[in-house]
Design a protein around this ligand. Sequence first.
Ligand code: UT7
Length: 328
Amino acid sequence: MKVQILGMGHSLPDRILNNQELEQMVDTSHEWIVERTGILERRIADKDMATSDLCWQAAKIALERSGTEANELDLIIVGTSSPDMLFPSTACIVQDRLGAGKAAAFDVEAGCTGFVYALGIAEKFLLSPEYKKILVIGADLCSRFTDYTDRNTCVLFGDGAGAAVIGKGNSGPGILSTYLGADGSGARHLYMPAGGSALPPSKETLEQRLHFIRMDGNEIFRFATKIVVKVSEKLLTGAGLSYQDVDLFVPHQANLRIIKTAMKRMRIPKEKTLINLDYFGNMSAACIPVGLSMAEEAGKLKNGDLVLMVAFGAGLSYGGILLRWGRD
Ligand code: UT7
């Protein structure tokens, strides 16, 4: 038995925030942003939207493309760090909206690694005969927690959602190996200080702008360049494959320099690397599923292609999935 992606979908807000607009908001320049990050523009959700809205739109497409009815779903997992509310889970809101009454539903909080974690967890559920079809979503409205007075972070993030319906296949295509990890000692390098049980919202937390992303970019950069290669090596070695076998490398889209460093170390060429941060920025958990969904739409993925996904983010969390694209 192989766990296969049966269909994918994505949803992006219409509103574009480009570098020139950011130049009017903080002390930055289009040249600096492009040179240091590779980002040209990002999508920002309208005020009346929530993460569940983008999840629902992406999920509808994934269900249709996989030929799945919502009431066939056994489980919905949403990887997100920007849930509609602290509770209930965004997955429960999506379950109700889709009419997926049979499905259990929960969120996974693994920062930018959210989709990879959710997919890795879903794969394990499918090993049980009781679970046949699972909806896995990676979605984030990063703009809701981005401080647009902080030039260190506001140039990086965007909003989006990507969804995959996964199920069981007989042989051939499907997940070959998964690897999930974390290093909690780096938790303070990327976090939102207030709004949780440690520091509930108060007049003081609002005044001190503690409800926004805080990041030590250099620490994350150092961590990312090492971990992407480590995860990739682990996945490929485990499956008895090498970098040359990879048809599409799908890294988390945090910074073009991180991606280029990994490509160089792993000797994976540009034509085999998915890059979408130029037009969407860092959409956190949505980067990888949006990228895969768009690559499939563009006809860039063939049956049997070897896809290597690797993500890292708040936690610090990290993980990857190696799979043969397609279904039988
Ligand atoms: O999804 C996971 C989460 N995030 C990441 O993975 C992010 C990883 N880190 C990065 O992508 C990079 O570290 C950044 C893009 C955040 C920063 O790039 P950098 O090349 O590492 O810049 P830096 O932090 O070393 O700062 C260099 C200079 C500083 O000025 P001084 O102190 O040298 O005068 C910064 O204040 O660049 C300044 N700077 C900016 N200048 C113009 C920082 N942000 C900006 C900006 N525009 N937006």
